[in-house]
Design a protein around this ligand. Structure first.
Ligand code: SF4
Ligand code: SF4
Length: 149
């Protein structure tokens, strides 16, 4: 009888993923592309706004120029294994944060559901997002609660 192998997102640790698996782990929710504000005090909470990065494509969903994102938006954060200690700023549903803590992906993750559409109720679209412009005042768009979880 053929042995059934478990998918990589259930069995592999982050440091065991191939480049392709690492990229596939992102659910495309876009929550990490929202602007955040933090007061000057060291332990000030990070407040999330519903203003999404100027490079985000609100029509298609996702970064409009993923390959060049760090050149276009220098403050864009690259998620890498050696920055795992910083993953806790990510939304609680972020697949990298979940797997970093050894937790399972939600049923709506595209790797499980088979469609990126299943993410919409859990990502930026659920927050009535606004695209960043030069004039925008982020404080006017603070979310009441921390992050969808
Ligand atoms: S929050 Fe995590 S899963 Fe969602 S888009 Fe960002 S990196 Fe991908
Ligand atoms: S550059 Fe792209 S990946 Fe980076 S925050 Fe902006 S939209 Fe998101």
């Amino acid at each position: 009888m053929e042995k059934k192998t478990e998918p990589f997102w259930k069995t592999k640790k982050l440091d065991e993923l191939s480049f392709e698996e690492w990229e596939a782990l992102c659910d495309g929710c876009g929550l990490c592309c929202l602007h955040r504000l933090q007061g000057e005090e060291e332990d000030a909470p990070v407040l999330t706004t519903r203003v999404v990065c100027r490079c985000y494509d609100l029509n298609k969903g996702g970064c409009s120029d993923y390959a060049n994102r760090f050149r276009l938006v220098p403050e864009c954060t690259q998620l890498t294994l050696d920055r795992a200690a910083e993953f806790d700023w990510l939304p609680q549903t972020c697949a990298y944060r979940l797997r970093h803590h050894g937790l399972s992906l939600p049923e709506w993750h595209p790797l499980i559901s088979g469609t990126r559409e299943s993410v919409r109720p859990y990502g930026v679209y659920a927050l009535n997002p606004v695209l960043e412009t030069e004039e925008i005042d982020l404080e006017e768009y603070l979310l009441d609660e921390e992050m969808p979880s």
